[in-house]
Design a protein around this ligand. Structure first.
Ligand SMILES: O=C(CO)[C@@H](O)[C@H](O)COP(=O)(O)O
Ligand SMILES: [Co+2]
Length: 217
């Protein structure tokens, strides 16, 4: 069964604690926090103070997805704010190895992220050192977009490398995930599913978490 990471990008910010409690009680394992800098992606979302504020009110794994140019500039700040896992895009820095090393030096789980247009080959040299790989299933920047089915081939490719090399990283998917789109990705090897609008778009987010999990039994 896949692990679920609700993205607070689609939560009700005025009632954020209530929404976080709903997904925690609903069986989610992670809480996905999308950091957007207005450069790597057009939108600006929120920063390390949100991670710091959420840390004491939740036991969920705080999964920080940095959509930020040159993420090395802010890794220390997010680690100190209480992130459990930090993801950096290979497209956002010429120093992906250094960025992942910085994350690991804090004792925080390190994740490398690839956009739909980036081949798995681009991250092969760092797969030995990561705890999680995030395969974007939409182009990053906004919630509520449509799942790109062609990305499933990359999950398969990544899973084949994982098995051949004996790596034990999780494979996360992010974008357009619901109880239908998650199926093929799960069969291809995804182990963690981010879902924003699908989970928080319902009056009862727990029912959506269960639907994603039921689809991957
Ligand atoms: O990183 C991103 C978007 O760039 C995501 O984490 C979104 O928050 C996912 O939203 P949905 O596609 O599930 O609505
Ligand atoms: Co995300």
């Amino acid at each position: 069964m896949i692990k679920v990471a609700p993205s607070i990008l689609s939560a009700d910010y005025v009632n954020l604690q209530r929404d976080i409690e709903k997904v925690e009680q609903g069986g989610a394992e992670y809480l996905h926090i999308d950091i957007m800098d207005g450069m790597f992606v057009p939108a600006i979302s929120y920063g390390p103070n949100w991670v710091k504020a959420i840390r004491p009110i939740s036991n969920l794994i705080l999964d920080v997805h940095m959509m930020v140019e040159n993420p090395e500039r802010y890794i220390d700040t997010f680690a100190e704010a209480g992130a459990d896992l930090i993801g950096v895009h290979v497209e956002a820095t010429p120093h992906i190895h250094r960025a992942l090393q910085m994350i690991k030096n804090h004792g925080v789980k390190a994740e490398v992220v690839i956009n739909p247009g980036t081949p798995v080959d681009a991250i092969k040299p760092v797969l030995y050192m990561v705890d999680q790989v995030l395969v974007m299933t939409v182009n990053p920047g906004f919630g509520g977009q449509k799942f790109i089915p062609e990305t499933v081939k990359k999950i398969q490719e990544l899973n084949a490398i994982k098995k051949a090399e004996g790596y034990d990283f999780d494979i996360e998917i992010d974008g357009g995930v619901n109880d239908q789109t998650v199926k093929g990705a799960y069969e291809a090897g995804a182990t963690v599913a981010v879902a924003g609008s699908y989970v928080f778009g319902a009056d009862d987010p727990a029912s959506r978490i269960h639907a994603i999990k039921d689809a991957t039994k």
